[in-house]
Design a protein around this ligand. Structure first.
Ligand code: FA5
Length: 396
């Protein structure tokens, strides 16, 4: 090993160390020169073969070179570490004085708010909350409510009838597997309807295909319930009076829409049955509901009306709160908004529920929750409620 060799090792190592761009590269060079099998280590090992004088001279120089390179590595390592630290500090710098980003909170829909409030109020008056099917049989929607086939009262509500191929295929003795055939959502039999009801909303498809696997055993065909009143009979069939229930839920009508009419709406049915029930007790409960729902006295009136399942029947109207009774588009300039139909339960409804009409008396109501929400939040167009327009919804 000559002096010249050590000098060229030194020059080469210095050059390579200088060229490194990161710690990983530097570690590789360190191993190459100072590792267990590195160049300098091998030089030191080969000394044994040299004479005593050469061993002392070259050994000293090789050790000095080792020291020198170690120092060089340490300095370069330190430089790299500082560079990384500086870069990290710069990229992760955080201005703690900046204001934070506000999280966006969701909130309840006005119909949900109105429904919850209504449920709370009636629950506190001893009413239970029950729910029923949105897909209903003709029997419960009409017949059981004293509305026989061909009765003109069926024309009150324009109905979405469901023609099921399921029921047909079952009648023909087909097995369950084929029973999931499409159900056609089509217009009612009353093709000869008058001009007023024929103005169906354009956004509704004439025919829609619905997959259905449910098996119905009740007499009659299927439909989307037009009101929540079918739950009167469904509930009384299974529960013995005295009873107090409310039934919140969606109902569907094939209707043209306007400021206070929707083709899908939310109703809340009420039913109270006992031995001594009268119209004044009904009026008292409705008055209490209004007071608590609107948090003030509101003027309301019962007007005679006709429903085949109640006798006497009436509708409940209240002062329009959108215009404070002055008249607006929501109330059709009358100053009044009809919010419910109601009446004393008809004896035939008790009979169809398996109860003795001589033993029991009851009253029932069906509130339009959409209209109550309109009144509570001063919404002048019912169609806004299901529009999904965030500019509207953000106000609640
Ligand atoms: C009925 O649906 C009866 N089932 C109510 C009833 C229950 C009567 C129990 C007697 C005993 P009516 O079709 O009037 O009645 O609807 C009741 C309420 O629902 C109306 O007063 C109104 O507030 C609301 N409503 C009815 N149709 C619509 C519609 N297309 N859009 C918005 N709200 C409606």
């Amino acid at each position: 090993m000559s002096q010249l060799n050590l000098k060229s090792i030194k020059n080469q190592a210095e050059k390579e160390i200088k060229k490194t761009e990161n710690l990983t590269e530097l570690e590789g060079i360190f191993k190459k020169y100072l590792g267990k099998t590195g160049v300098i280590t091998q030089v030191l090992r080969s000394l044994e073969k040299l004479s005593k004088e050469k061993k002392a001279k070259i050994g000293k120089e090789a050790n000095e070179l080792k020291k020198f390179l170690k120092l060089l590595f340490e300095q370069k390592t330190q430089a790299f570490k500082e560079k990384v630290k500086k870069e990290t500090e710069e990229s992760e710098w955080l201005d703690v004085t900046l204001p934070g980003k506000k999280p966006v909170f969701g909130h309840l829909h006005p119909l949900t708010l109105a429904r919850r409030r209504m449920e709370e109020i009636f629950q506190s008056m001893g009413f239970s909350i029950v729910e029923g099917p949105e897909m209903e049989t003709e029997w419960y929607n009409f017949d059981a409510l004293n509305i026989p086939k061909n009765h003109p009262a069926r024309d009150i509500w324009d109905t979405f009838y469901l023609k099921t191929e399921l029921s047909r295929s079952e009648n023909e003795g087909e097995d369950e597997a084929t029973a999931s055939s499409p159900t056609e959502l089509s217009r009612s039999e009353n093709e000869g309807e008058d001009e007023a009801t024929a103005s169906s909303p354009t956004e509704l498809p004439k025919e829609a295909k619905v997959k259905m696997k449910t098996k119905f055993s009740s007499p009659g065909g299927l439909l989307l319930r037009t009101h929540t009143s079918p739950m009167q009979v469904r509930y009384m069939e299974k529960n013995q009076p005295p009873l107090r229930i409310i039934v919140p839920g969606n109902v569907f009508r094939h209707e043209a829409t306007d400021y206070r009419h929707e083709f899908q709406l939310f109703q809340v049915e009420g039913l109270m049955v006992d031995r001594e029930i009268s119209v004044p007790s009904f009026k008292a409960i409705i008055g209490e509901f209004f007071r608590r729902f609107f948090k003030k006295e509101v003027e309301f009136r019962l007007k005679p009306d006709f429903f085949p399942f109640t006798e006497p029947s009436f509708d409940i109207s209240m002062t329009c709160l959108v215009c404070a009774g002055k008249g607006c588009s929501a109330c059709k300039n009358t100053g009044w908004m009809e919010v419910a139909g109601a009446g004393m339960v008809h004896p035939n409804v008790f009979k169809n529920s398996g109860l003795n009409p001589k033993e029991w008396r009851g009253w029932a109501f069906g509130f339009g929750l959409d209209r109550l929400a309109m009144m509570k939040y001063k919404i002048n167009d019912i169609r806004l409620l299901r529009s999904g327009d965030l500019r509207f919804l953000h106000q609640f």
